[in-house]
Write a protein that binds this ligand. Structure first.
Ligand code: HEM
Ligand code: MTE
Length: 462
C-alpha cells in the first residue's frame, strides 16, 4: 500500500459507497476496505462504519481487539487524518442556535436533526452489555450548550463547586445504569393511531457505566437535609429561544438516599462525558425515566414543589387510551419517575427472512426502581406457549439494586412448513410486574411508555 493520503474527516465521509470506494478510520489512520469487506468474517455489518470510525463497533464486537485484526487493518492503511481536521464540521452559521452541536457517528438513525435525536440500529443493541458512547441514543430538547470547563461552577443550594473540586474533594462513585426515554418504542403506537412525538423505534434505551459523585453527598455538603424537603430540582444549561432552561425534578427521597445511587456524573464508560450526553456534568438517576436525568446540569436545589418546567408539568405524563388532547388534565396527572417493565427483541430484525429448524432471538429487558428482571420469555403463538430465555449481564443482582438491563437469548423451534412467524417477548421483574399484551391498552396521546409485548414478524425460507 502507498501511504500518502492526508485527508480531512469530511473527505473520509464521502468515501461511503462502492463507486467512491469505502474508507474507514481507526484513531488517526485512514483505511480502504473496498476489497477487504467482501471476505469480512462479520459480513455486511462492516458497512455500518463506511465513511467513519470503526471504533464504536469494535467496542461492541471486542473480537477485533486482537493483534491479528490490527495486522489486517494496518495492511489496508492508505494514510492519515489531517491533524487539525479529525471531525466533520458542517458549515457553521453564526446565528444557528445549534452551532455548538458536536459531530455524530453516521450509524445513528436520526429522528430529528435540530434538536438532535437519534438511536442506534435496534439490531445492534443487544450485542454488548455496555453501549459504546458513540452509539448511545441521544435525546436533546434544545441546542447543545457551550461550556468552558475552567469557568464552570455547579450551584447546589447556596454553594458553588468547580469541576476540579467535585473530582478531588468528593468520593467518586460508579454505577452501571440503563437510561430509557419515555418515547422508546413510540413508532409502534403511532401505527395504531397518530401520537405527538418523535418516532422512536426500540433503541431509545442504552446502558453505560457512569462515574461521578453521589448526589446525596453534594446535598449534604451544601447543608441540605433531605428530610426537610419533598423535591430536588435539577436545572440544565441548555435554553430555548426565550432563555428558559431544561429543568426537571425528582423526589428528594431518591436524591438524598445514597442507596438509590443518584449521581452527578462526569464520566461515561471511562471517558469524559461526551457533549451530547451532558458535558461537563449530568445527573444519573438509576431506575428513573430519562427525562429526569438532567444533562449539562448547572443548578441543583431543594423545594417543597415539583419543578414548574414544561417537561415536569405539561409533558412526560401518561393518560388513558380514551383521553384526548381536549380532555387531558395535566394538573391531575402524575409526572413519570420510575419506569415499568420493558423488553424488546433486537435480533432478528422485524421482517427478516430466516432458515432452518429453529430461530435464535436476542434482546434486552429492564425495569425501573431497581427491580431486577426475574424472567424473559417469548411466544411464537400469541401467548399459548412460552420459551424462557437465558439472561446475562445481570451481575448487579447481588447488590440488591438492579439498575442495568439484562441481555437475553433463546432458541425457538420453527414449525414444519411455516412460511412466516410472529414472535413476541415479555419480561417479568422482581416484583412480578410484567408487560401488557396489547398496544391498544397502552396507547396514549403522547405515545409515552409503550411497554406492551414487543412483536416481530419473520419470513421462513423453506
Ligand atoms: C469478525 C476484521 C470492521 C463486525 C471479524 C474477524 C475479523 C474482522 C478478522 C474475525 C475475528 C475472529 O473470528 O477471530 C475486521 C476488520 C475491520 C472490521 C479488519 C475493519 C477494517 C468491522 C465493523 C463491524 C464488524 C465496522 C461492525 C459494524 C464484525 C462481526 C464479527 C467480525 C459482528 C464477528 C463475526 C462472528 O462472530 O461470526 N472482523 N472487521 N467488523 N466483525 Fe469485523
Ligand atoms: N437534560 C437536558 N438538560 N436537556 C434535555 O433535552 N433530555 C432528557 C434527559 N436530560 C434532556 C436532558 C431526556 S427526555 C432523556 S430521554 C435523556 O436526557 C436522554 O439522555 P441521553 O441523550 O444521554 O441518552
Amino acid at each position: 500500500q502507498v501511504r500518502q493520503v492526508v485527508s480531512s474527516y469530511s473527505v473520509v465521509q464521502s468515501h461511503n459507497s462502492k463507486e467512491a470506494g469505502i474508507w474507514v478510520t481507526y484513531k488517526d489512520g485512514i483505511y480502504d476496505i473496498t476489497d477487504f469487506m467482501i471476505g469480512h468474517p462479520g459480513g455486511d455489518k462492516i458497512l455500518l462504519a463506511a465513511g467513519s470510525s470503526v471504533e464504536p463497533f469494535w467496542d461492541l464486537y471486542a473480537i477485533h481487539r486482537s493483534p491479528e485484526v490490527y495486522e489486517i487493518l494496518e495492511s489496508l492503511r492508505i494514510g492519515n487524518l489531517h491533524p487539525e481536521d479529525k471531525v466533520a464540521r458542517p458549515a457553521v452559521n453564526p446565528n444557528d442556535p445549534y452551532k455548538h452541536d458536536p459531530a455524530r457517528h453516521p450509524a445513528l438513525k436520526v429522528n430529528s436533526a435540530k434538536p438532535f435525536n437519534a438511536e442506534a440500529p435496534g439490531s445492534l443493541l443487544a450485542d454488548n452489555f455496555i453501549t459504546p458512547n458513540d452509539l448511545f441514543f441521544v435525546r436533546n430538547h434544545l441546542p447543545v450548550p457551550k461550556v468552558d470547563p475552567k469557568k464552570f461552577r455547579l450551584q447546589v443550594g447556596g454553594k458553588q463547586f468547580a469541576l476540579e473540586d467535585l473530582k478531588q474533594k468528593f468520593k467518586q462513585h460508579s454505577v452501571i445504569a440503563t437510561v430509557q426515554c419515555a418515547g422508546n418504542r413510540r413508532s409502534e403506537l403511532s401505527k395504531l393511531k397518530a401520537v405527538n412525538g418523535l418516532s422512536w423505534s426500540h433503541a431509545a434505551i442504552s446502558n453505560a457505566e457512569w462515574t461521578g459523585v453521589l448526589l446525596s453527598d453534594l446535598l449534604t455538603s451544601a447543608g441540605i437535609n433531605g428530610e426537610d424537603y419533598k423535591h430536588c430540582i435539577l436545572q440544565g444549561l441548555d435554553t430555548d429561544g426565550e432563555g428558559n432552561p431544561y429543568e426537571a425534578s425528582i423526589p428528594m427521597e431518591t436524591a438524598s438516599d445514597p442507596k438509590k445511587e443518584a449521581i452527578v456524573a462526569f464520566e461515561m464508560n471511562g471517558q469524559e462525558l461526551p457533549l451530547d450526553h451532558g458535558f461537563p456534568l449530568r445527573v444519573i438517576v438509576p431506575g428513573t425515566v430519562g427525562a429526569r436525568q438532567v444533562k449539562w446540569v448547572k443548578m441543583i436545589s431543594a423545594s417543597q414543589e415539583e419543578s414548574y418546567s414544561h417537561w415536569q408539568r405539561k409533558d412526560y405524563m401518561l393518560f388513558s387510551p380514551s383521553t384526548g388532547h381536549d380532555t387531558a388534565d395535566y394538573d391531575k396527572a402524575v409526572a413519570i419517575q420510575e419506569y415499568p417493565t420493558q423488553s424488546a427483541i433486537c435480533e432478528p430484525r422485524n421482517g427478516a427472512t430466516i432458515e432452518g429448524s429453529e430461530v435464535t432471538l436476542r434482546g434486552y429487558a429492564w425495569s425501573g426502581g431497581g427491580r431486577g428482571i426475574m424472567r424473559v420469555e417469548v411466544t411464537p403463538d400469541g401467548g399459548k406457549t412460552w420459551y424462557e430465555a437465558d439472561m446475562h449481564g445481570d451481575e448487579q443482582q447481588k447488590r440488591h439494586q438492579q439498575w442495568a438491563w439484562v441481555l437475553w437469548e433463546v432458541a425457538v423451534p420453527v414449525p414444519d412448513g411455516a412460511s412466516d412467524m410472529s414472535i413476541a417477548c415479555r419480561a417479568i421483574d422482581s416484583s412480578h410486574n410484567s408487560q401488557p399484551e396489547k398496544l391498544e391498552s397502552v396507547w396514549n396521546i403522547r405515545g409515552l411508555i409503550n411497554n406492551a409485548w414487543h412483536h416481530i414478524n419473520l419470513k421462513v425460507d423453506n
